[in-house]
Ligand binder design. Structure first.
Ligand code: CU
Length: 209
């Protein structure tokens, strides 16, 4: 019994030190309004490689009423994204971004197309037929990633208890690389890390993220 308790205590210490932390972020714009769709990633100093499970994530970008949905997607590196078209018109989805150049010539309903993203970075997706259509894919290299909800918040759960860098990216965030980078130690962070930055006015007609 004593031996079992010792083992349990050791396990608690090990798990406590390795998986202690959650990181909750709240992103606000210059008017204090919550920002939806910001991609939050944590990059621990100890490293955090993506698993085969991460790369097998099922990610879909739909096209409906001549809009991409969602507007912003988080894509683990080496994952594939399925592009759907629910409209009765054809779309021609493409990107000229350095992280991935591709072109999916005219495809319609029931003709899903898949693209694999091997390089980290930002991929801006457009449609050759409808200039107004735009979506963003953030290809990430860490399993600790998420996207803020309409309350501006996201929680990254079970991050390694290691100091590291927190990155918050949003296409409309002003500043270098549309990104905010801060050193964070999950062991000592407060409950909610709130950040306020300047954002350009949203180019999202439907308001859906
Ligand atoms: Cu289109």
């Amino acid at each position: 019994m004593v031996k079992l308790m010792v083992i349990m205590a050791v396990l608690a210490m090990v798990s406590g030190s390795a998986w202690a932390a959650d990181i909750t972020v709240k992103m606000l714009n210059q008017k204090g309004v919550p920002v939806e769709g910001a991609v939050v990633t944590f990059h621990p100093e100890t490293g955090a490689p993506l698993s085969a499970e991460d790369a097998a994530a099922s990610i879909t970008v739909n096209q409906k009423d001549n809009n991409f949905l969602p507007f912003i997607s988080v894509v683990p590196r080496e994952a594939s994204v399925k592009f759907l078209n629910e409209d009765s018109v054809l779309h021609h989805v493409f990107s000229f971004s350095a992280a991935k150049r591709f072109s999916l010539k005219l495809f319609g309903k029931g003709e899903p197309q898949e693209v694999v993203f091997d390089d980290p970075g930002v991929v801006v997706v457009g449609c050759n037929i409808h200039d107004r259509m735009i979506a963003y894919l953030k290809i990430v290299e860490t399993p600790h990633a998420g996207k803020t909800e309409d309350d501006g918040m996201v929680t990254l759960t079970d991050v390694p208890d290691s100091p590291g860098e927190l990155r918050i990216w949003h296409p409309l965030m002003k500043g270098r690389g549309n990104e905010l980078r801060v050193a964070v130690d999950p062991a000592t962070t407060s409950d909610v890390l709130a950040f306020e930055r300047k954002f350009r006015r949203g180019a999202r007609p439907t308001g859906d993220y």
